[in-house]
Design a protein around this ligand. Structure first.
Ligand code: AMP
Ligand code: ZN
Length: 135
């Protein structure tokens, strides 16, 4: 399925030009226009899925295998020191384009890429509540 109003559907289909690093029947991999670091790229499926909540299982599985292939090549090309894979779901979690995509963010020693969180504490109350509800 495609969404006629979705920018990533148009980019994936090649209707809007992009800096394409890789393409196959299922995906286009492009450089992010607002990179967090040099080489920040996006894996975009050609079919439209809003996010991880509704992506097809087979496409999701292929996406992580493609991420593995891409970061293995790009770490050598870029000479970076690490990689973050980031995938945002819904506005509260930072999703701004509502077509599933995975960020591949190269990391360089001393960079100021602001990914991370302050660690809290897993209390017995919360742990037990979630374990109970997940049964
Ligand atoms: P997210 O916030 O996870 O939805 O990520 C959307 C990403 O898409 C951001 O990192 C944007 O910089 C990037 N982006 C938006 N429009 C374009 C575009 N036309 N070409 C490349 N990257 C884009
Ligand atoms: Zn789309």
């Amino acid at each position: 399925m495609k969404d006629k109003d979705c920018i990533f559907c148009k980019i994936a289909a090649g209707e809007i030009p992009s800096a394409t690093l890789y393409e196959d029947d299922d995906f286009r991999v492009i450089l992010d226009l607002g990179p967090a670091s040099k080489g920040h790229a996006l894996i975009i499926p050609k079919e439209h899925y809003r996010n991880l909540y509704d992506i097809d299982d087979e496409v999701a599985a292929k996406a992580i295998v493609l991420a593995k292939k891409m970061v293995n090549k790009m770490k050598d090309v870029l000479g970076c020191d690490g990689y973050n894979i980031v995938q945002n779901n819904e506005e509260t979690a930072g999703q701004t384009v509502f077509h599933f995509h995975m960020h591949m963010i190269p990391r360089y020693k001393g960079d100021n890429v602001g990914l991370g969180w302050h660690t809290g504490e897993l209390t017995d109350e919360v742990k037990n509540e979630i374990l109970e509800k997940m049964k």
